[in-house]
Write a protein that binds this ligand. Structure first.
Ligand SMILES: [Zn+2]
Length: 591
């Protein structure tokens, strides 16, 4: 039987709009709207806004939204927290320099990856999202965005000044210094402050405090977290980020008078990137794909599983340097593997019709994917939407994620994915991540893999009461043998499996995604393989299904019956000529 709580957890209708597993998301609006038809598009994820308040710009933007709506697509407009530095220079032509992030020496900071951009003789300044004038410009962008009947809002570079403090040397502007002073005063007693070296908090200036301790601007840029009070300063900036991001979304929803599907340009790939999760409906952005290895990367799988733990979704694209490599080497076939993998693991990969490429040498440049290289995969996704939407990972093993154990759990997630050991991730959050594990959540699993550091907020105690076997992650070799071999693939290596079920519908089949990873660089394609897949009884039992029949769906092929053989371990099936991606439906009666 499907554990009831899982059904409740995932089947209660969410009031917020969502991105579905079968959505075909255009990263930018298409300059030629016929591309929407070619790719069977359903969403524009990062749809921009009127460039100015001129009627012509507004009408052009409304036209883009209308083009999408005519096709029943949802249109998410976007605002930029960093890259629209030109717009802000024009918005506050006399005072824009007052809003530039400052380093420890008071020097203006720039956006490092926009080194090749300039406007009216100015470089791409990193403007401070804590500056009220700059916040007024963010609201101005929202007002322009809301001049059309949009369905969602996307924020690019949402982390603003909190990213500047994390790795770009700032910000020591008066607003950040004031804000940090108030943060400390609100949080700590005078005694605690004195222990931190702060005698009079009213007069506290973090910049002077660091300078007096011999910290240099370069040191702060490289290792802010190691500088005195660096972790608190980052926490302050993270709090500020959440406030600004929340206000921007709420402002847009007020102006439009409805809920908008919310996203930021990010991926669930580090503790810092998870902070924003409660404020958004999906992550829409770059997930590094390590194109230069010319292999199908396993790393994105961690992100796809992590968003599932947060009840979110990733609409992925690759990183700027990945697209630069694809452009330089002319390898759309490698991109096809990225698309298939994202969908097989419950997330989506955005249509690669117009891709931002970046290298240190070439700066910003662009690559344009052709529909003939990709559209058939997206059509395959749409045709099999019923085998994707509402589905979640099926597993008897759960990895217990906590921020403190990030590296271990990520390592475990990748190693288990490579070994085709099914798992889910459960998030044991902390102050910055408002998710908590409960006894009901962990109850259905046979194995719980945890990191070496205890879970926060009483969750370690909950973990210890579990009936499941708790395994501290020390590598694949140290896992109990029983955990391995639940799913085996014979005949070709490497093949990656993702097994998913629909807890909302007891009539739905079990779905097994089979990805052939045999990418050939010269051919720029997958070498077909004959494989035999065995799925163990312990996994099948969890789906509540007595599997007797199978159907197979492959890109470019006809759907066909797939003979299923019962074996001692569970069920077995053979696939001849497995291409890039097969979806196998497993059906039968309820147990
Ligand atoms: Zn600042």
């Amino acid at each position: 039987m499907i554990p009831v709580f899982i059904a409740v957890l995932f089947c209660v209708g969410s009031e917020r709009p969502r991105i579905h597993a079968s959505d075909v998301v255009f990263m930018y609006s298409a300059s030629d709207p016929s591309q929407y038809d070619a790719y069977s598009g359903t969403v524009v994820g990062w749809g921009g806004r009127p460039r100015t308040r001129d009627q012509r710009d507004i009408e052009a933007f409304r036209g883009r939204v209308a083009e999408a709506h005519r096709r029943k697509m949802r249109y998410c407009a976007s605002v930029d927290f960093l890259v629209d530095f030109r717009g802000f220079i024009d918005f506050r032509p006399e005072t824009f320099m007052d809003a530039v992030c400052r380093d420890l020496d008071g020097n203006p900071l720039h956006v490092p990856w926009l080194w090749d951009h300039e406007y009216k003789g100015h470089p791409a300044y990193w403007f401070c999202t804590n500056n009220p004038n700059y916040q007024a410009y963010l609201r101005d962008q929202v007002e322009r965005v809301c001049m059309a009947p949009i369905d969602g809002l996307h924020i690019d570079d949402y982390s603003g000044t909190s990213a500047c403090s994390a790795y770009n040397g700032g910000c020591f502007c008066p607003y950040c210094m004031d804000g940090f002073r108030r943060y400390l005063k609100d949080r700590f007693s005078e005694k605690e402050l004195r222990e931190m070296g702060i005698e009079q908090v009213e007069k506290f200036d973090y910049r002077r405090f660091l300078k007096e301790r011999g910290i240099t601007a370069e040191q702060f840029r490289r290792e802010s977290w190691r500088c005195p009070l660096g972790d608190l300063f980052q926490d302050f900036q993270n709090q500020q980020m959440k406030e600004v991001v929340g206000e921007i979304f709420e402002y847009a929803e007020r102006l439009r008078g409805r809920r908008l599907v919310r996203s930021v340009n990010s991926s669930a790939s580090s503790p810092r990137t998870l902070i924003v999760a409660p404020l958004i409906d999906y992550f829409c952005g770059e997930v590094p794909h390590h194109a230069s290895t010319a292999e199908v990367p396993v790393e994105p799988v961690f992100v796809f599983r992590m968003v599932e733990a947060l009840d979110r979704r990733q609409t992925a694209t690759a990183a700027g340097h990945d697209w630069a490599w694809i452009k330089a080497n002319g390898k759309p076939g490698l991109v096809r593997t990225w698309i298939a993998q994202a969908y097989a693991f419950g997330s989506t990969f955005m249509v690669p019709h117009r891709q931002w490429c970046y290298t240190r040498e070439l700066g910003t440049h662009w690559w344009y994917g052709r529909p003939e290289d990709f559209a058939h995969i997206y059509r395959f996704v749409r045709e099999h939407a019923h085998l994707l939407d509402e589905y979640i990972s099926l597993a008897d093993t759960a990895l217990i994620y906590s921020n403190a154990n990030f590296s271990e759990i990520r390592d475990a997630a990748l190693k288990l994915a490579e070994a085709n050991i099914p798992y889910v991730i459960l998030a044991a959050g902390d102050e910055s991540l408002p998710y908590r594990i409960t006894s009901e959540m962990i109850e259905p699993y046979d194995y719980l893999i945890a990191g070496s550091k205890p879970l926060p907020d009483g969750q370690e105690e909950i973990l210890q009461t579990a009936n499941a076997k708790i395994v501290r992650w020390e590598g694949l070799d140290k896992l109990p043998d029983k955990m391995k071999g639940r799913i085996t693939v014979d005949g070709s290596d490497p093949v990656r499996i993702s097994i998913r079920h629909n807890p909302c519908s007891s009539d739905s089949p079990l779905v097994c995604h089979i990805l052939n990873l045999n990418y050939d660089f010269e051919m720029d394609d997958i070498r077909p393989a004959d494989v035999t897949v065995t799925i163990g009884e312990s996994i099948l039992k969890r789906s509540g299904l007595d599997v007797r029949f199978g159907m197979i769906h492959m890109i470019g092929g006809k759907s066909a019956r797939l003979p299923i053989t019962k074996v001692d371990e569970g069920v077995k099936f053979e696939i001849k000529g497995l291409g890039l991606w097969a979806i196998v439906e497993l059906k039968g009666g309820r147990i």
